[in-house]
Design a protein around this ligand. Structure first.
Ligand SMILES: [Zn+2]
Length: 154
């Protein structure tokens, strides 16, 4: 893959931002945690090792560690998908609520089928957000391929 380096930089930037939002870990450990999260993602979503490390190194309760491991992997995966879509020339995507979660957000169910800008996200519950980036959000963005899926949505 030609874009491995770019992808890696993008991933690193996403992970750094996501890790900085973890409230149960002290800031001084963020760089370490970024490394652990990166390894978990590049190992193909190794949630168990990451959960173990978070629990043991930072004394985080198992349930919380599990949640963080899952959340960090989901966010990075969603962000990478978006960057990939943009690198393929897509500017917009269609929000898809996948119905995977046990407690879907009503606002996300309502967003199903809406078109959003891949740079901006969709305005939901008072914020511009992207699919799959909120905790336990299983929504995805279906890329709209220019010239193939064009529609008059402007
Ligand atoms: Zn959602």
């Amino acid at each position: 893959m030609k874009d491995t380096l770019i992808t890696n930089n993008v991933l690193q930037a996403s992970v750094a931002e996501n890790v900085s939002l973890i409230k149960s870990i002290q800031e001084q450990y963020f760089t370490q945690v970024e490394g652990l999260v990166m390894r978990s993602i590049t190992a193909g979503r190794d949630l168990k090792t990451l959960t173990d490390e978070l629990e043991q190194r930072y004394c985080i309760a198992r349930r919380r560690a599990k949640f963080i491991a899952n959340d960090q992997n989901n966010k990075a995966t969603a962000q990478m998908a978006r960057v990939r879509q943009q690198s393929l020339g897509c500017k917009k995507a269609r929000w898809r609520h996948t119905g995977g979660g046990k407690h879907p957000r009503e606002s996300h169910v309502a967003a199903d089928g809406k078109i959003f800008d891949l740079n901006k996200g969709l305005y939901i519950d008072g914020k511009w957000i992207f699919p799959g980036e909120l905790p336990n959000c299983g929504c995805i963005g279906e890329p709209i391929i220019p010239g193939v899926d064009d529609e008059n949505d402007d």
